[in-house]
Structures are given as C-alpha cells and as structure tokens.
Design a protein around this ligand. Structure first.
Ligand code: ZN
Length: 373
C-alpha cells in the first residue's frame, strides 16, 4: 500500500558510467572520439554540443581541453539567474538553427545551472517541443541525446539526479523534467576543476549536499538505500568542513564524492523544511538555491538542532560569509508571497512535519522564521 509519499524504492536509474579522480577530464576526448566514430558509422552527425559555465569564458585552453572540432557548438551558459523555460528554449532554438538537431553528444561542464541546462537541452533536442511541455514527472518520451556531465563545483548533486530544475516565469512554476531520461549517461568527476571556485561559493554549494542528507534523514519517508547514501555524504562533509582547509586537494575530491552520493540519496527520498523555504527565497527574492539554503539555516535551530550547530561551527571554522537580513524591508505582501511560495511544497513539508504541517508552519511562524534570516 503506497501513500502519496511512498519512498519504497522500486526502480531507480543511476548514472550510466563515471570517472573519478584528479586528471580524469583527460578521459573526455577518448570518450567523445568513440561517440563521434559510432555516429559517423551510422551516417549521423558527429558534432558535439558543449554547454559550458560562463566562468570558463576566459580560459584560452578550453577548446583544446574539450577537443573542440569544426562543426561542434560551444555555448556559454549564463549563471546570473537559475534556468528558465524560455532560456532553455532559446539555447535549443540556437542549436536547431545551426542544424544541430541530433548531435553525437551533449556535454555540460559547470555548476548546477549548467548541468541542468545540459540535461534539459539533451531531452528537448531528442523529444521536440518546448521546455514547459516536460515540467513534471515522467513526461519525457524518448531518451535524450547522449549526455556527459562534468561538475566544476560540488554540492547540488545535479550530476547524479533525474531532474533538471527550471523556473517558468509565466506559470510561476519551479519544476524540473523529472524523468529517467534526464539522468546523465556519463559523468566525469575531476576535483582539479574545483580548485578555482571562490571560497564562499564552495561552502554554500557544498552545504547543499549536507542539507539534502540531514533533511532526508530527518524525515518520515525513508528507505535503506537513501539512508546509506545520506550517512556517508554527511561523514564526508564532516571530513571536508571540519578543522583545516576545506579546499585542500584531498578534501575537494571528498566533497565531489559527497555531492554525487548526496544526489543519489535525494533521488530516492525527500528533502524537508530547508528546501521549501529556500525555494520561497528564490521565487520572491531571486536568491540562488545553495546560498538560499544557507540563509534558511539561520532559522533552523528548532527543526534541525544538531545540524544547526554543526553548520554554524563549520561556517565559523572555514571563515565564510552567509548573507543576513535578506527579508528586511519586505512588506506584508512580500511575506505573504514568501509564505505561499514555501507552503506550496507539500511533499517535503509532509516528510519533515507530517500531514499537519500547515498547523506547525503557520503564517505567523513562517514570517518569524524569514525575519530571522
Ligand atoms: Zn538542494
């Protein structure tokens, strides 16, 4: 007997293959050479679409490291705003205009925004239509173009999950293409790529992995696989963010693994109170997902007391900045919008607080929480 929040794991799709370790980016070119040869053999396009975080725009060795060839597309993904349905449609339209309707592979290299953009683009190229057509559960009809994920900042777990989140400004919906076809076919995890991430961003993003798992383990709807992934993710985070430099080479590798395992954990379970409130901050104030989670942690003492202590100890140890007072200056309508954009996330809130979550997270309580951020 299932409930709306049944997480008895039935059928889970994981990433097809992966490489892990310093220098593993070198595996990209041989992998692409095989994909290109197969495509040519079948009379198909051997072109590759590279979607790369704009952070790498100035890297003059980029084309060489990616093995860019004539006929390939290299598009930089803007990261000032999280992906929108219109933004994804624009990327796909550009590729279609250039005749890249069935490339041999789509490569996404960057943070969560770029990973999600690559996943959405791959699905849309193969399925046709518009991004908004596939926002929801299991709406993607056929497998996307072969997709390769190369994370360059660790935490969101976007490299491991079966969704790619987009905001649809028309419907106000923030929802992904939740599908087995969204999972990357191949992931390359090279911790050398995270050496240049700014420290605050490294911490904020890394905490997404930790928060996924404390929320998952703190919920009522659990399963043995998700719990195991979560426990190990938290163990790794303790080694990364405890005393010493969180960005030492071996710690960057540990965090890359933690992010991947945290993504696997959340793919089979639910988040809790932090993510719904962070989504509220995102919709109303445009605050990005990972820093939003960290801001929400200011108000989580009652909900996750042990994690609250651990989080702030690490923020202190690693001397990172968490923004404060982000809701100061909001009027009643602003707080109402925050309430609505948060309380709408019934699944994780039920996981954390039970069916009566609306009686616990009243408008007044919610306002006090946001005021504390
Ligand atoms: Zn998250």
């Amino acid at each position: 007997m299932g409930t709306t929040l049944d997480t008895g794991v039935k059928l889970v799709r994981n990433v097809g293959r992966y490489n892990i370790g310093a220098g593993s980016l070198d595996e990209l070119q041989p992998l692409l050479a095989r994909r290109r040869a197969t495509a040519r053999g079948q009379g198909d396009s051997a072109a590759v679409v590279f979607l790369v975080d704009e952070f790498f725009r100035g890297d003059n060795r980029l084309a060489e490291r990616l093995g860019l060839q004539p006929g390939d597309a290299l598009e930089f993904v803007a990261t000032a705003d999280e992906p929108t349905t219109a933004g994804i449609d624009a990327v796909v339209a550009t590729l279609r205009r250039r005749g890249l309707t069935q490339p041999a592979a789509v490569v996404g290299m960057g943070g969560g925004i770029t990973m999600d953009t690559a996943k959405c683009t791959s699905n849309l190229l193969a399925n046709g239509g518009q991004a908004a057509d596939y926002q929801g559960w299991d709406l993607v009809r056929v497998p996307g173009i072969f997709k390769i994920g190369i994370p360059t900042v660790s935490g969101t777990g976007a490299e491991a999950t079966r969704t790619c989140v987009m905001t649809n400004p028309v419907s106000g919906l923030k929802l992904g293409m939740n599908s087995d076809h969204t999972v990357f076919d191949h992931v390359i995890m090279d911790p050398e790529l995270t050496a240049t991430v700014p420290r605050d961003q490294y911490f904020h993003t890394g905490m997404d992995a930790y928060i996924h798992c404390i929320e998952s383990l703190g919920g009522s709807y659990r399963n043995a696989i998700g719990d195991a992934y979560s426990r190990e993710t938290i163990n790794l985070c303790r080694q990364v963010f405890g005393p010493g430099d969180m960005m030492a080479p071996e710690r960057r590798e540990q965090l890359m693994v933690a992010a991947y395992l945290g993504g696997c954990a959340i793919a089979t379970s639910y988040v809790g109170v932090v993510h719904p409130l962070s989504a509220g901050l995102s919709v109303v104030l445009g605050i990005h997902h990972c820093v939003g989670n960290c801001i929400v942690m200011r108000a989580m003492q009652d909900f996750y007391p042990a994690a609250y202590d651990e989080f702030w100890r690490w923020a202190d140890l690693q001397r990172v900045h968490i923004p404060q007072g982000v809701c100061a200056g909001l009027d009643d309508a602003g707080f109402e919008a925050l309430y609505q954009a948060s309380i709408v996330h019934g699944k994780p809130l039920t996981n954390a607080l039970g069916e009566g979550y609306r009686e616990i997270l009243t408008r007044e309580r919610m306002r006090a929480l946001f005021e504390a951020m």
